[in-house]
Design a binder for this molecule. Structure first.
Ligand code: THU
Length: 161
């Protein structure tokens, strides 16, 4: 038996103020994206903002549905919009944030497995790592370089061969 250990890495910034202006603005765009969150069932808003190579920003927010599984997370709303409309304008960074009136969030919200798998797909497609900024309002920001640091056992196409 061999015990393998995998390390992932991320940078923690104690607050938004510690980030450079570009990253700070992207986090604030993720906050703006939450304005269009449709989350009457969970009462949990999530916002995502993609910064493309051209400088264009794409926003997404969670969109829930009375038929629960029909809804979609903020990250995938933004990513699928990118895939459908701007696939040649590479994604540099993606900021994600969340808010609820039900309790105070003390740490950044981490994306679900399905969103990570979609990030991994597009990262592979564009051939360039995506920086992910997980922003806790009034709290820390976690910066992750590349999806392998979020999903080390991600499902690769080569595994199909
Ligand atoms: N949600 C996201 O938008 N992104 C995630 O990565 C996790 C969860 C949404 C889905 C649902 O609308 C609400 O948060 C509560 O789970």
């Amino acid at each position: 038996m061999i015990n393998h250990q995998i390390k992932v890495a991320f940078d923690e910034y104690s607050s938004l103020q510690e980030l450079d202006i570009t990253d700070r603005e992207l986090c604030l765009q993720a906050v703006k994206a939450m304005e269009n969150s449709h989350s009457p069932y969970s009462k949990f808003s999530v916002g995502a903002a993609l910064k493309l190579q051209s400088g264009k920003i794409i926003l997404g927010s969670n969109q829930e549905n009375v038929a629960y599984p029909s809804g979609l997370c903020a990250e995938r709303v933004a990513l699928f919009h990118w895939g459908a409309n701007h696939p040649d304008d590479l994604i540099e960074s993606m900021a994600v944030t969340a808010h609820t009136n039900e309790f105070k969030l003390l740490k950044p919200v981490t994306s679900c497995g399905s969103c990570l798998q979609v990030m991994a797909e597009y990262e592979k497609k564009q051939g360039k790592p995506i920086r992910v900024l997980l922003y806790c309002i009034d709290g820390p920001v976690w910066v992750i370089n590349g999806i392998e640091n979020l999903l080390p056992f991600l499902f690769f196409e080569d595994r199909l061969a």
